[in-house]
Structures are given as C-alpha cells and as structure tokens.
Design a protein around this ligand. Structure first.
Ligand code: 13P
Ligand code: SF4
Length: 392
C-alpha cells in the first residue's frame, strides 16, 4: 500500500480565485504566498473517548510534527483533535479497517488517520486490492462508490454521503443514454468523477492520470467523453486529426476558477523579483491554463513533481489546483518552499471532518454504508475494469 510518508472548513459556497490569498508558509512572500485553510476544529457532535493526558500530549506533538503548519495547526489545535485521531486509529486496528483518504482531505485526516492517500486512480486500485474487508473512504461520494464497485464483497463506509462533486452531480445515466441514442456505436469514456449509474452506461472509465493514454487507444474515429468539458477540450486538442471527440458540458467548480490571464500576471510579478516560477496544473483546468503551465498532472502526480522540483532547488512553485495539494507538499517536503498565488478549496471534499469518520466507525448510519444495485455494480465494474486494462 501507499502510505503517507509520515503516517502516524466546512463548505462556504463556491469559492472565487481571489478569495484565498496571503499568509504564506514562507512569511517573506507577503501577499504573494497562498493562504492555507484554517484547521477545522471539532464541532462537539460526539462524546469523546477518554485518553490520559500523556496520550493526548504525545498525539498532539505527533500531529503537529507530521502536518508541519505550526501557525494553522498549532499545539492547541492538535490537542483538541488528538482524542479523535487516537480513537479512530484504535477502532481501525480493532476492526481491521483500511482508511483511504483523497489528497484533498484535510491534513488531520491525511496525516492523522489515513492508511493510504493518493489520487483517484491509485485509490481505486488500493480499494480493490486491500486485504481488509472494511474500507472507510474519506472523500466525496463518487470515490466511495467506486471502491464499492471494484470490491463489492467488502463493506465500504462513507462518512459524508452528502459530499458530492460538481462534475458527478452534473450528469445522469439518462444523459448518457441520450448520447448513445444520438451517436449509436460510438465508444463512451467517462471521467471517474461520475456516479455508479453513469459508469454503468459507459464503455470505459478514465482518471486525470490516464485519460489521454486510454482515449487514444479506443477503437474508431469518434469518441464521446463525459462529463468534463475542459478535459474533453484537451482530448480534442490531443487527438485532432485522429479522432473526433464529442464532449459533454460539465466542469469542476474548483478548477474552472483558474485562468491563463491570472497565471500570466503572477509570472510577471515573480519575474520582476527574479523568481523562477514553476506552474503545476490539474487537467480539470481550462486549456489556456494548461498552455501557461510547466507541468500538468493528477493531484498525486502534481505533489510528486513539486517535491521533485523542490529537491532540485526549484522552490518558487504555483499549484493550480485544490488547496489540499499545497497542504501535502508542505507536509512532505524537506525544503522551505515559496508557494505562490492562490489555491481554491473544494467545499465538497472539505465536508468530512474527523468526527464524521469516528461516528461512521463507531456506529455507521445506513446511508454511510455504500450500497449499489448488483446490476449497476456489474456494468460499472466492467467500465472500471476496462480502465485498469487499458491504463497499464
Ligand atoms: P485526481 O484523480 O487527480 O485526484 O482528481 C480527482 C478530483 O476530483 C480532482 O478534482
Ligand atoms: Fe469535484 Fe472539483 Fe471537488 Fe474534485 S475538486 S471533487 S472535481 S468539485
């Protein structure tokens, strides 16, 4: 399994690009540094387990050390969350639960309790291959559904069933059936950010780390891609002259906020200060953002590239993606970094807090246990298996 290297905000409406800036991890950057999100304090919704003062203190120091953001995640905050992480880790051990977290979850989840953290492709493989019979997926709903599809005999717990995604919520199975009727016989590739019911209607699933590779292997001169219109545009550009790509009209509400203009203005600002800015972007962004970028990749690959660049002394980095990637880069880098610009928070990813995880482990509500009709599992499973086959 891929373990975080040092294992152990609630939603505010659609954020704007300019909504998050200042407070740099490196204070010398002034208003050029990204603003990292404030630690979500326990809501007080649960009666906490009893741990000794020594256990709490030791856990608080561990959390502060692994998260590596002493301003936002100071010792007081870590003391407040320590009883939660201690009990979650204890319940995981007692009940043999594998806790998976997506990269955009908050650092207390990633570095406090997760057994594995990665992008959606790696996590779907880990859910499939984990020997544990219970998986708790800390992320948005479509990812927990994906875990259930690839391992139907396992119990998959999803602490926040209300955690959606603007891409997966923007398309229905009927939309796909309509496309199939309009374009009979044309293969349909769906982004993994879709419901189980949508996957069940599609031929192959793709993720941000393999969509180009897989789509170019599909037979025929035409292809339907759903639901991300920006990734669809990247496919149209990459396959121009080889395949026509019919694209649906969805978008990620987080990555749609970034613009090429904004990157150009940051490049000018940093160039005036003789900084060598490296721009790393997620492919859910528009094509003009990707054109301005030095590197494009999935959430995990962006983090790995940032760490690689930092280790080569290239420390002026701009991460064009959700704020969780910056949290991870800070936690996992040994270098002092200049994280420039602004990140944007995904209100869906940030719905889940440690208390939700603890509550789901103690006594899950029926809607926190992922159930999918067997016929949908079979058809969506075929779509995901095709991805595993073609991604290799
Ligand atoms: P990754 O596969 O890159 O983790 O992307 C999932 C996602 O929802 C990004 O917004
Ligand atoms: Fe969906 Fe965008 Fe949030 Fe990813 S960042 S879960 S694509 S809304």
């Amino acid at each position: 399994f891929r373990h975080p290297r040092r294992n152990s905000a609630r939603g505010h409406g659609t954020p704007r690009w300019d909504a998050f800036k200042a407070v740099a991890p490196n204070a010398r950057l002034g208003d050029m540094g990204i603003e990292l999100l404030t630690a979500p304090l326990p809501r007080g919704s649960l009666i906490l387990g009893s741990f000794s003062d020594i256990e709490i203190e030791r856990e608080a120091y561990r959390l502060q050390e692994v998260i590596k953001q002493p301003v936002k995640w100071g010792l007081e905050t870590c003391r407040a969350i320590a009883p939660l992480t201690l009990e979650i880790n204890q319940l995981k051990r007692e009940n043999d639960v594998f806790l998976i977290a997506h990269s955009y979850q908050t650092p207390d989840i990633i570095y406090g309790v997760a057994d594995s953290v990665a992008d959606s492709y790696a996590l779907s493989k880990e859910a499939r291959d984990a020997p544990q019979q219970t998986i708790l997926f800390s992320s948005v709903r479509f990812m927990a559904e994906t875990a259930k599809i690839v391992s139907p005999h396992k119990v998959v717990l999803h602490p926040s069933p209300e955690a959606g995604c603007s891409l997966s919520d923007g398309i229905t199975a009927q939309d796909v059936r309509d496309l199939k009727q309009a374009y009979p016989g044309v293969p349909i590739a769906c982004y993994i950010n879709t419901s189980a019911a949508v996957k069940a209607e599609c031929d192959v699933c793709v993720t941000s780390s393999n969509y180009l590779r897989i789509c170019e292997k599909l037979p025929g001169e035409r292809l339907i891609f759903v639901p991300d219109r920006f990734m669809g545009k990247h496919l149209q550009n990459a396959l121009a002259g080889k395949k026509e790509v019919v694209v649906f009209d969805g978008e990620c509400e987080v990555h749609a906020i970034f613009t090429g203009d904004k990157i150009r203005s940051w490049r000018n600002r940093t160039a005036n200060l003789v900084m060598e800015l490296m721009v790393l972007s997620h492919p859910e962004c528009d094509a003009d953002v990707l054109e301005e970028s030095d590197f494009v990749g999935s959430s995990e690959v962006l983090m790995e590239e940032a760490l690689r660049l930092a280790s080569e002394g290239k420390r002026d980095l701009m991460l064009i993606t959700e704020c969780g990637t910056a949290d991870r880069v800070i936690a996992e880098s040994d270098e002092e970094l200049n994280l420039i610009g602004a990140c944007v928070m995904c209100r869906h990813m940030k719905v889940t807090q440690l208390e939700d995880i603890l509550q789901a482990l103690r006594n899950p509500r029926p809607e926190q246990i992922v159930e999918i009709e067997s016929d949908v599992i079979d058809r969506a499973g075929h779509c995901l298996n095709e991805m595993f086959r073609l991604a290799g």
